[in-house]
Design a protein around this ligand. Structure first.
Ligand code: COA
Length: 124
């Protein structure tokens, strides 16, 4: 099963009105991680795109400016046209402490002509 790891350092432009990492920024990074992990499943394909179909996310701890946030994505299941990816997000503070800050389940779908299209893969 393919994986993806993405990290970034929280900057002031990523924060919300209370000075912590904006949830929408976190969702966007998680979605990107899920998309990259999904794309790595395929070396060639008959479908047009892989799109996000369903998302469930828990925000467990806030991150602040200077924290290094890392998203770990892993494919955990394959349906006919669906791909299920678990995402774990950690934050590393400037003092080096690492904590889980969020988790997510993303369902992506392979699409052709705007409709679900079987990707032809099975869980090994
Ligand atoms: C993706 C899209 C073409 C799917 O069409 P649809 O008719 O809604 O698809 P279906 O209901 O047949 O579901 C497709 C697959 O997703 C799965 N699925 C759908 N909703 C789900 C949910 N809430 N949880 C888990 N799996 C789900 C289905 O079980 C099916 O899986 P399978 O093919 O492996 O058996 C359509 O929903 C769409 O275009 N959505 C917009 C996508 C988008 O814009 N995303 C944001 C930008 S990337």
């Amino acid at each position: 099963m393919t994986k993806c790891e993405l990290n970034f350092i929280v900057q002031p432009k990523h924060t919300n009105a209370v000075g912590t990492l904006f949830g929408g920024e976190m969702l966007s990074r998680m979605d990107t991680c899920a998309a990259i992990a999904s794309r790595r499943l395929f070396t060639s394909n008959e479908f047009d795109h892989i799109v996000t179909m369903h998302v469930e996310v828990d925000f467990k701890k806030p991150a602040v400016v200077g924290d290094v946030v890392t998203m770990y994505g892993e494919i955990v299941n394959l349906g006919k046209s669906s791909i299920k990816i678990n995402i774990k997000a950690t934050k590393e503070t400037e003092s080096g402490t690492i904590e889980t800050m969020g988790t997510g389940i993303f369902i992506m779908c392979t699409v052709k002509d705007g409709k679900p299209y079987p990707h032809g893969l099975k869980v090994k």
